[in-house]
Every structure is written in structure tokens, then in C-alpha cells.
Design a protein around this ligand. Structure first.
Ligand SMILES: NC(=O)c1ccc[n+]([C@@H]2O[C@H](COP(=O)([O-])OP(=O)(O)OC[C@H]3O[C@@H](n4cnc5c(N)ncnc54)[C@H](OP(=O)(O)O)[C@@H]3O)[C@@H](O)[C@H]2O)c1
Length: 298
């Protein structure tokens, strides 16, 4: 049986849909009970910050999908910072998994360059990944940069920046490199790895083949939308100001916007791997992704 965390989120909800289509038995851990149970899909209320609820949730489970981040929490002092909460949450999960003999944790995290100083968001993502890898429990970890799909925080920020602003200030992230990936390709990796033993105890960077700078990404997106946009280079990072402006317009929690904007300084380019050999497909291009999600200018 599978335990799915984050089933109300951007990634988890889509993974749930595919697992349900495959008739796999899934228990969803949710903070608020809302969804109707279906054959093979059950819901258990709990919280990753509450260890006892995780002990109950992991009982009889072979595989845990861990799709949680705490960036949306309002930082109120050191004890409530998202990285502190994320550390507590994953330690709770690992401890509960060990107690109940869970065999594998499948996790999606942020891509990073191991030689760069990381933003707070990526440093925290790395810490969660390390805790899973060092837990002694089997794992499969995928690392993505910008995921192209409606409801994805990074995509919605990109969409807002390009649609709302005819003149786009390009800050110190002008040349940061990124390798976006289409949401359905991410979900394929996350679900199909269940049947691919070669993915056990491995981490994979996932992205489509083309590397963009953030400026190129916005230029191509504007072109696809049929929008004329001017880009003006401005020295400095202006993280707080950019996050405040984007947070007002983007349909994304403003705290998440801030931490993602802070991460724009970090390159997200895939390390080579054997994913194509293991999965037999390659992610579609950025252009195709945009067309698939049916983005039209409105
Ligand atoms: N979105 C992207 O572009 C992207 C890119 C790279 C990597 N990732 C990774 O993908 C994973 C999932 O991200 P996402 O985009 O799906 O995030 P999301 O849409 O914000 O969903 C987060 C999920 O976590 C749940 N959650 C938060 N705090 C919880 C708690 N204390 N106890 C139980 N559940 C809790 C939320 O449930 P509630 O409904 O109860 O709030 C929600 O279902 C993360 O590890 C993220 O780093 C995402």
C-alpha cells in the first residue's frame, strides 16, 4: 500500500489521479478531510509535524510519496521558519517509516548546483533530501527546476511576470540557467519509478533538453503568448521588492513567492543521467509544454 502526502498540492493531486487510474491502493495523509473516498483511495487526517499521526498513517505502508514543503508558513521567529519545520517534518516521517518498516520514500525536490552557495529554500530542500538518503530506508529522489503546469508556484510566477508587465526589469538573475520540465513528464517519472527497480536508492535531475537563462525563458514565453515585452537590466537583486510586487499579482502564497524569488540566483541545470534508458522517454520541450497546457493570451 502507498501513503501519499501532499495529495491536495500541485504535484500530489496529479500523482493521485494517475495512481487511482492504475487501481493502486493509496492512503492519503491530509490535514483537513474534504475528498470523497473512492475504491482503493482512502484518506487519513494527520500532519507531518505530528509524529503520532505519522505512526498511524505509515502502518501497513510499503512506499511513501513525500510531497511536502513548508514555505507557505508565515515566518514568526526562528522556531517557525520553514526550514526548521521542514526538518522536523521529514525527521518525523523517517522515524515513523522506520518503526513501521516502510521500504521506500519517493520524493520530488528542487534542482541545484552542488558548487554554488544555495538560497535558503534550496539549502532546506537539500537538507530534507540528505535526511531521506541517510535514513537507511530505500529512496528515489527527483530534482526539478521550473515545472510547467497550471498551479505550479514557479510557473505561475513566470506567467504573472510576463503577462502583467510590458517592461520587465531583469535583475541579477539575468544569466541564471534553468532547465524547465512539463508537469505530465514529472508525474510519469514519479509514478513509473514504482515499477523500475533501477531507480531504487538513486537521485535524478529531471528537465527537458534545452537550457535557458531566465531572461530567455521569459522571452520565449512572451513570444508564445504573442506579447511584445521589453527587458531592462537593472543591477542588484531587489528580492524583497520583486517578491512583494509579484506576490500581489501571482496566484501563489506570497511567502512562497519570496523564497522562490530568492532562489533565482541559483543555476538549475541537470547533471547527466540514464533516465532515458530506464524510462524509455524524454521530456517534451518548453515550447511544447506551453502548447500542451493550452496557455492562450487573455
Ligand atoms: N511546484 C514546483 O514547481 C516544484 C518544483 C520542484 C520541486 N517541487 C517539489 O515538489 C514537492 C511538492 O510541491 P508542490 O508544488 O506540490 O507544493 P504545494 O502545491 O504547495 O503542496 C504542498 C502540500 O503539502 C501539504 N502540507 C503542507 N504542510 C503540511 C503539513 N504540516 N502536514 C501535512 N501536509 C502538509 C499541503 O497540504 P494542505 O492542503 O493541507 O496545505 C499540500 O498538499 C515539494 O517537495 C517541492 O519542493 C515543486
Amino acid at each position: 500500500m502507498i501513503l501519499l502526502t501532499g495529495s491536495t498540492g500541485f504535484i500530489g493531486a496529479r500523482v493521485l489521479r494517475v495512481l487511482a487510474e492504475k487501481n493502486l491502493e493509496v492512503r492519503c495523509l491530509v490535514r483537513k478531510r474534504a475528498s470523497q473516498e473512492k475504491p482503493n483511495i482512502t484518506y487519513m487526517t494527520g500532519d507531518v509535524l505530528d509524529y503520532d499521526s505519522l505512526v498511524r498513517a505509515t502502518e501497513g505502508i510499503d512506499t511513501v510519496y513525500y510531497f511536502i514543503h513548508m514555505m507557505g508558513n508565515q515566518p514568526r521567529g526562528e522556531q517557525k521558519r520553514f526550514d526548521t519545520l521542514d526538518r522536523l517534518a521529514i525527521n518525523n516521517m523517517v522515524k515513523a517509516c522506520k518503526l513501521n518498516g516502510v521500504k521506500r520514500i519517493i520524493h520530488l525536490t528542487g534542482m541545484r548546483n552542488p558548487y554554488e552557495k544555495l538560497s535558503q529554500h534550496l539549502e532546506s530542500r537539500k537538507e530534507v533530501e540528505e535526511i531521506i538518503k541517510n535514513s537507511g530506508i530505500g529512496y528515489t529522489i527527483f530534482r526539478a527546476s521550473v515545472i510547467i503546469g497550471r498551479g505550479g508556484a514557479a510557473f505561475e510566477i513566470l506567467d504573472t511576470a510576463v503577462r502583467k508587465f510590458p517592461i520587465i526589469p531583469v535583475l541579477n538573475w539575468e544569466n541564471t540557467k534553468v532547465q524547465p520540465i512539463y508537469i505530465d513528464d514529472v508525474i510519469r517519472y514519479l509514478v513509473e519509478c514504482l515499477d523500475r527497480k533501477e531507480t531504487l536508492n538513486r537521485c535524478f535531475d529531471i528537465g527537458s533538453s534545452k537550457i535557458f537563462t531566465y531572461k530567455e525563458l521569459m522571452q520565449q514565453y512572451a513570444e508564445e503568448l504573442g506579447l511584445k515585452r521589453r527587458f531592462i537590466s537593472i543591477p542588484g537583486s531587489w528580492n524583497r521588492l520583486s517578491a512583494a510586487v509579484l506576490g500581489k499579482f501571482a496566484p501563489v502564497n506570497p511567502n512562497v513567492v519570496y523564497w522562490l524569488v530568492e532562489s533565482l540566483q541559483n543555476n538549475m541545470v541537470c547533471e547527466p543521467n540514464d533516465l532515458k534508458k530506464i524510462f524509455g522517454f524524454e521530456p517534451i520541450s518548453f515550447k511544447e509544454s506551453i502548447r500542451k497546457i493550452g496557455i492562450v493570451n487573455k
